[in-house]
Design a protein around this ligand. Structure first.
Ligand code: TRP
Length: 360
């Protein structure tokens, strides 16, 4: 069986370091491993519209931002197709048929939908499109017969729901769809990178994010104002490493070589942590180190972004080509789905023959 990746993001804003360590970095590794036959990365604008119906402009402008983020982190358009969800004509049709395989109660139990509903303060005012987006997401994944879906941990319930739909479909109509596996980041710190305030997940609404596209100066300011240990007042004071955002970020980003290069007095992160706990290591020093580590990771990404920014028509061309190839694959799956459901009336020669027989 072919190994196929389908994944994506909602274009509601620029992507941040939480997206990067939670999934983007992994996607690029998977792409470069050469182990996959096809890779599709979806800019999920239709899903973004399910709770932004009144603001299509926001979604429209962020499509390009997300595309630039993808390209800059190393998604390579010669190996991966980047596509725009709303332009894939088979998706709403697939979702329409899958809707018959899912109950309202099951959707209500979906933990991600639950928490998103309470986060947005929807009460009974939930748009139907929003409520049913897990079904549309199942269409996204199955249209490409994806075997692997590299996403952040919060997407786990979506993949589970997709797997259930696949099983139900295949059981009811015959084996057409493929059950996908979720691929998570292997570093537990990376699964839930906190914001610079240390409080919660990085998010745009909380204003605690560091963006992949932030310039050096912005990055520096954000790191220098990061939450550390509030009881670590003087350099001599012993400090806490747990819940200290700077150390959490170091856990997510630092590689052993960073010490040799930027902080040769220490053998590694463990030794740095020990010193901090004992006292005598100031926040400014660890923050400066983190800035260097992040710069090491982000500088090449920024350079790549700058190159693509100079050729926006070229980026649109990449999206158009990726979307074109994706449409062919999704159309083929839809044909198989309709055949399995026996709703391909005009292609079904046997049906015609049966009817002729019946009336002769
Ligand atoms: N729900 C995902 C998010 O909020 C975006 C998404 C839409 C997606 N369709 C997908 C992710 C299919 C993986 C596979 O980020």
């Amino acid at each position: 069986m072919s190994k196929i990746i389908l994944t994506g993001d909602r274009p509601t804003g620029r992507l941040h370091l939480g997206h990067y360590v939670g999934s983007l970095r992994r996607r690029v590794e998977l792409q470069n491993s050469g182990e996959f036959d096809k890779i599709f990365i979806m800019i999920a604008d239709a899903q973004a519209l399910t709770d932004n119906a009144d603001n299509p402009e926001k979604i429209r402008t962020n499509i390009l931002e997300v595309a630039l983020d993808y390209l800059s982190v190393g998604i390579d358009p010669s190996r991966s197709d980047i596509l725009i969800q709303s332009q894939i004509r088979a998706l709403p049709e697939l979702a329409f048929y899958y809707m018959n395989l899912v109950t309202v109660a099951r959707l209500q139990r979906n933990p991600t939908v639950k928490s998103e509903i309470s986060m947005r303060g929807f009460k009974t005012e939930i748009p139907v499109g929003f409520f049913t987006y897990p079904i549309s997401q199942a269409a996204d994944i199955t249209a490409f017969k994806a075997t692997a879906v590299p996403v952040g941990e919060d997407q786990e319930p979506m993949i589970e729901q997709t797997r259930e739909i696949v099983r139900k479909f295949n059981y009811t109509y015959g084996n057409v769809l493929v059950e996908p596996e979720i691929v998570l980041s292997d570093n537990s710190v990376c699964k839930r990178l906190p914001g610079t305030d240390g409080k919660a997940k990085m998010s745009k609404s909380l204003g605690n994010g560091i963006y992949i596209s932030d310039d050096s100066k912005t990055l520096k300011e954000k790191v220098m104002s990061m939450y550390t240990d509030p009881d670590h007042i003087r350099v001599e004071d012993p400090g806490k490493v747990e819940g200290n955002t700077v150390f959490t970020y170091l856990d997510a980003f630092c590689v052993p070589e960073d010490f040799g290069e930027f902080l040769p007095d220490y053998n590694g992160l463990d030794e740095l942590k020990e010193h901090y706990k004992k006292g005598g290591l100031g926040d400014v020093k660890i923050k400066k180190f983190l800035i260097k580590v992040l710069e090491r990771e982000l500088a090449p990404i920024r350079e790549r972004r700058a190159r693509y920014e100079k050729d926006i028509p070229g980026v649109y061309e990449i999206l158009k080509e990726g979307t074109g190839r994706a449409n062919e694959v999704a159309d083929a799956t839809l044909r198989e789905v309709k055949e399995a459901m026996k709703i391909n009336y005009f292609e079904d020669k046997a049906l015609m023959a049966d009817q002729v027989q019946k009336y002769s």
